[in-house]
Design a protein around this ligand. Structure first.
Ligand code: NAG
Length: 324
C-alpha cells in the first residue's frame, strides 16, 4: 500500500498594513510676484506632477503651497532660486507633523463629548449622528444617501427645528431644513486613517491602471472633465472614466434631486480658505452672482469674526480661483 502522507502546508502570509510615509516631505510656501513667475510655476507643476500642490496661486502676491518629496527638495529649491522666486518652508517635515498629530490624538482622554477642534474617525462621526438623533428625536432625523464602493453607508442628518434657547437658530430652522452629510467620500476618508493620511480620492479601482480612485469633486456630470480636471487615473484630480462613475457622487446627485425646494448646496473642503461660487467651467459668472457674492461676503465675515481674524477667507467664482 502506498504510503500516503498528507502535508498540510499553512502559509502564514504576513499581513502588511502599508502606511504611506511622508517622512522628510517638506511643504513650501512660494510667493508669486508677477505673470512671469505665475506661468513659470504653472508649467513647472504641470510638467512635474510629483510636486504636490496643496494650494494654487490666484493672482500676483498670492502664494502656492506645495509639498515636495525628500529626494526632490534640492532640485526644487535650486530651480526656484535660479528664477529668483521667493519661498519659505511652511512645514519642515510633513511626516513628523502627522506623527505628532497622531500621538496627540492617541494621548487624548477617551471622548466624553464630541468636539469640533479635531478630526474624528468615521465611527466617531457616525456615533455622534446617532447620539444627536437619540437626544433630539423630534428635531433630527437621519437619512442614508447611498452605499459606497466598499459598502459603507453614507449617512446624513436632517435638522428640522430647534426649539431651544437660541431664537436666531429657532427662527432659521423654522424656515429651512438643513441636510447635513459629514462624510460623502466614506471609503477615502477611512483610508486616510488606515493608510494614507493625505488621500483625496474615492477607492474604486481604475481599469488598466495601478492607481486607485477618482476625485469625487470632478466626477459630476455638469460639463464633466472639461476644465481643471485630469484624465490620468494617477492624478489627484482624475475625473473618472465617465461622469457619475463614482457611486458616492451619483447617489449624492440622486439624493439632492429628491430634496424638495432645494435652495442651496454647499460642499466643504479642507484646504484653501476659499468660499467658491459657480461657475467652474466658464469665466462669466451666473446671473445671480451678486446675490451669491453677498451671501459669501456675509458668511466669511461671520467666519472671520468667529476665529478672531486669525485666518483670512476670500470670495469668488471657482473659475477666478482655480481656472486660468
Ligand atoms: C446626548 O445626551 C447625553 C446625556 O445627556 C450627553 O452626554 C451627550 O453629550 C449628548 N450628545 C449629543 C450629541 O448631544
Amino acid at each position: 500500500m502506498a504510503d500516503v502522507r498528507c502535508f498540510v502546508v499553512v502559509l502564514l502570509l504576513p499581513v502588511i498594513l502599508a502606511t504611506v510615509s511622508y517622512d522628510g516631505y517638506r511643504t513650501f510656501r512660494v510667493t508669486v510676484a508677477d505673470d512671469d513667475e505665475f506661468y513659470f510655476l504653472k508649467s513647472l507643476f504641470e510638467t512635474h506632477p510629483k510636486y504636490d500642490v496643496w494650494k494654487e496661486a490666484r493672482r500676483h502676491g498670492d502664494h502656492v503651497d506645495v509639498m515636495v518629496a525628500p529626494d526632490d527638495i534640492d532640485y526644487f529649491t535650486v530651480t526656484l532660486k535660479h528664477k529668483k522666486i521667493t519661498f519659505n518652508t511652511m512645514i519642515e517635515d510633513v511626516g513628523a507633523l502627522l506623527t505628532t498629530h497622531k500621538q496627540e490624538r492617541e494621548a487624548r482622554q477617551p471622548q466624553i463629548y464630541y468636539d469640533f477642534t479635531t478630526y474624528h474617525t468615521l465611527e466617531e462621526i457616525e456615533g455622534y449622528l446617532n447620539e444627536l438623533q437619540g437626544n433630539y428625536s423630534s428635531q433630527v432625523t437621519l437619512f442614508d444617501v447611498g452605499t459606497s464602493y466598499e459598502g459603507r453607508t453614507i449617512r446624513g442628518a436632517k435638522l428640522l427645528n430647534f426649539y431651544g434657547t437660541d431664537p436666531e437658530v429657532t427662527d432659521l430652522l423654522d424656515n429651512i431644513d438643513i441636510y447635513y452629510v459629514p462624510v460623502v467620500n466614506v471609503d477615502g476618508y477611512e483610508y486616510t486613517w488606515t493608510s494614507d493620511r493625505l488621500w483625496r480620492k474615492t477607492r474604486s479601482p481604475n481599469e488598466g491602471s495601478p492607481c486607485v480612485g477618482t476625485d469625487p469633486n470632478r466626477n459630476w456630470e455638469f460639463f464633466w472633465c472639461e476644465q481643471g480636471s485630469s484624465t490620468l487615473p494617477c492624478s489627484d484630480a482624475y475625473c473618472g472614466s465617465s461622469a457619475f462613475s463614482e457611486v458616492e457622487v451619483s447617489s449624492t446627485a440622486t439624493y439632492l434631486q429628491s430634496v424638495p425646494n432645494l435652495q442651496m448646496f454647499l460642499s466643504f473642503h479642507a484646504y484653501g480658505q476659499w468660499y467658491m461660487t459657480p461657475w467652474a467651467h466658464y469665466i462669466a459668472p451666473p446671473d445671480n452672482y451678486d446675490e451669491q457674492l453677498d451671501v459669501c461676503n456675509r458668511a466669511i465675515t461671520a467666519l472671520m469674526d468667529n476665529n478672531g481674524g486669525s485666518v483670512t477667507f476670500e470670495c469668488g467664482t471657482i473659475q477666478s480661483f482655480v481656472g486660468k
